[in-house]
Design a protein around this ligand. Sequence first.
Ligand SMILES: Nc1nc2c(c(=O)[nH]1)N[C@H]1C(S)=C(S)[C@@H](COP(=O)(O)O)O[C@H]1N2
Ligand SMILES: [Mo]
Length: 421
Amino acid sequence: MSNKTTTRRGILRGALAGSAAAIAGRAAANPDPLITETQDWAIYTGDPVDATPYGLPIRFEADVIRRNVPWLTADPISSINFTPIHALDGTITPQGCAFERHHSGAIELAKENYRLMINGLVDQPLVFTYEDLERFPRENHVYFCECAANTGMEWAGAQLNGVQFTHGMIHNMEYTGIPLRALLNEAGLGAAGDLADKWVYVEGADASSNGRSIPMEKALDDVLVAFKANGEALRKEHGYPVRLVVPGWEGNLWVKWLRRIEVTDMAVESREETSKYTDVLADGTARKWTWVMDAKSVITSPSPQQPITHGTGPLVITGLAWSGHGQITRVDVSKDGGMSWETARLGRQGDSKALTRFYLDTEWNGEPWLLQARAIDETGYVQPTKDQLRDVRGENSVYHNNGIQTWALAADGRAENVEVS
Ligand SMILES: Nc1nc2c(c(=O)[nH]1)N[C@H]1C(S)=C(S)[C@@H](COP(=O)(O)O)O[C@H]1N2
Ligand SMILES: [Mo]
């Protein structure tokens, strides 16, 4: 755009874009050696096939990795790391950079050593091997998995300077699995009697076992016993060979290395659903059974790890939105800390209980902005401000912070985590 000579391509582009100001490309500059000189990659041959029998990202993308915040937890065995959502686009999270949360480390469990038991109030207790599971009709669904603690550090005010750290305890994959309903029916639920007040208790094969109670209604609805993600086997860190997928509900229920499902007539009230994963309110009482992840969104670029480096002019603002109650129907973006809102464009209509990508194709002229996004889901629920959330929940909470996030964009293109509530 600095070059004044009008090339044919320039005219064409100008005509297509309508107004010259909207052009983000540039007219052909003075001889550009990257175009006019033969480069090494055109002189020498590249790697043969099989150089990497299982491909890894090219070295220039070596920054796009999970990261942890060492001071958050006492020990990396019972810890968390974060998906680099600032650097991703679209909606599917590659397994290799999808966040991990373990209570006693990621275990290695071979398919041949895998057993899944269904017991309790069933007609016939059963044990399935991995091969047994492969013989049930399977389904494919895309769902997000969000740890209830995602954004938990931000309750009292802005803390961590990067969307990877504030919002990266989330991933979104296409799962292949068997409806839990099919396995429960195989064992037979006649013995359970009235199902309305029954539960299933699910636990993993790792030392922590991560046991959780799930109401029967949910267990018979959309819960999957999954063995593939994004087309391939689950990674060890995500529960190989089999994990539970509990759509829209907090990540803690998504039991990895799933080993047992017990049909019960009451909730077990395990550690993970009493002393943990409950929300202490202002008066000291705790909310429990807060399973659903409410609608939430965040701008992933620009953001602290993703400053604007291309200067003023056309700018694509993008981010993610999701709701545990269903589809995202609208995402709004504010540049002035929530005083005025523009409706963003959805990359495509997202699936129910899955990440939705949004874009706001706009123009930035170097002015400081207070960038926010707010999600609206199919129930009409609107993502709250942090103050609205604190009015209801007080300040003792860690889990279930879905408040609106603010990035302060400065004239130099850098963005910082600030609170505007
Ligand atoms: N068996 C087992 N399942 C588990 C856990 C665990 O430590 N052990 N962690 C839970 C928590 S708290 C979360 S948020 C999700 C994280 O899934 P991921 O590691 O695939 O991201 O797994 C859940 N399932
Ligand atoms: Mo979690």
